[in-house]
Design a protein around this ligand. Structure first.
Ligand SMILES: Nc1nc2c(ncn2[C@@H]2O[C@H](COP(=O)(O)OP(=O)(O)OP(=O)(O)O)[C@@H](O)[C@H]2O)c(=O)[nH]1
Ligand SMILES: [Mg+2]
Ligand SMILES: [Zn+2]
Length: 307
């Protein structure tokens, strides 16, 4: 007769839902009989040797399951479909950029940096304008219209009143993994508490003259939204970096991207800075932001080349 030890020989697959110090919290796709749905895991040392970082959102195979302690070991990581660097989340299918209409006040430069970072993934990007209760309806409509000119169809919502939350819920339904990202204090955790009332995530009041957030959320964590969708709460931060390559910048602006098909310029490597023969207009709102971003990147790449 087989002898049972504390460690079962079963293996299983799951998704990393959180990282805690040196542990990975893994939710199993189909827990074998008698094995808890969530396990606290360490990594096989050979994974660390390969330099394979394991992140939230990674699909992993696990072994050495200890059903009593709910522990296991991550043996391997599946190749990623997509990768968001900051916040670090693997296998994202939708990037939700959350921006407050006020408190903290809407900052077009900061908003754009978050949008550019989201666009770099090549994934779908959804803009959420949070705290709509803080803005009169006509000003809210103006802000929505502004975002539309940038190439986005925003969902305006309030986690205080609940208005608009249903629209986000609809958008997330059927999305395998959505990530909420944006500045600290815009209400990312608050909207999750509204969507999933059992969560009670910690939220923090904004403070100071600039009504900045207090970096309340410290870790990326995934939560189930129905049977087929997951959504990630992430720590807010304030100023994402631009991409490294100036030639990459243009395609990250939807309103410029739309002007580039078909290619309107006489020059193949045009950076669209209003030179004669460049067919790109310079009269769109974010053009100045594009131009100054470009200058910053060109200067950086010159420095990098030592010239
Ligand atoms: N008036 C109003 N306040 C809100 C709304 N949503 C969130 N807040 C408040 O905004 C503050 C920040 O909310 P959080 O949910 O902690 O913001 P966060 O984006 O998760 O912040 P970090 O975790 O620091 O990135 C809290 O005081 C919330 O009560 C809203 O819809 N309307
Ligand atoms: Mg938070
Ligand atoms: Zn051009």
């Amino acid at each position: 007769m087989a002898e049972f030890s504390a460690t079962s020989t079963s293996t299983a697959t799951g998704i990393v839902v959180a990282l805690q110090a040196n542990y990975l919290e893994v939710e199993l796709h189909a827990p074998p009989d008698g094995i808890p749905g969530r396990l606290l895991c360490t990594r096989r040392t050979r994974l660390s040797h390969r330099g394979a970082a394991v992140h939230v959102g990674d699909q992993v195979s696990i072994e050495a399951i200890d059903p009593v302690q709910a522990r296991a070991v991550v043996a391997d990581v599946a190749p990623r479909d997509s990768w968001l660097t900051r916040p670090p989340v693997a296998n994202v299918s939708l990037v939700v950029v959350v921006l407050a209409v006020d408190q903290p006040s809407f900052d077009p430069d900061q908003a754009s940096r978050f949008l550019l970072t989201a666009e770099r993934t090549g994934l779908d990007v959804q803009v959420v304008l949070s705290k709509r209760d803080l803005l009169p309806p006509d000003q809210l409509e103006q802000l929505c219209e502004r975002l539309r000119r940038w190439g986005y169809e925003p969902i305006a919502l309030s986690s205080e009143t609940g208005e608009g939350v249903e629209a986000l819920q609809q958008r997330l339904r059927g999305t395998a993994l959505a990530v909420l990202c944006g500045p600290s204090g815009v209400g990312k955790s608050s909207v999750l508490n509204r969507l999933l009332p059992h969560l009670s995530l910690r939220v923090g009041a904004v403070s100071g003259r600039l009504q900045r957030g207090r970096h309340t959320t410290r870790h990326v964590e995934l939560f189930a939204l129905g049977d087929t969708s997951k959504v990630a709460d992430t720590p807010g931060f304030n100023r994402p970096d631009l991409p490294d390559d100036p030639r990459e910048l243009g395609v990250l602006f939807p309103e410029l991207r739309q002007q580039l098909d078909p290619w309107p310029c006489r020059f193949r490597d045009c950076l669209h800075r209003g030179e004669p023969g460049c067919g790109v207009s310079t009269t769109w709102e974010r053009y100045s932001l594009y131009a100054s971003g470009l200058e910053e990147l060109v200067a950086l790449s010159r420095q990098g080349r030592g010239g």
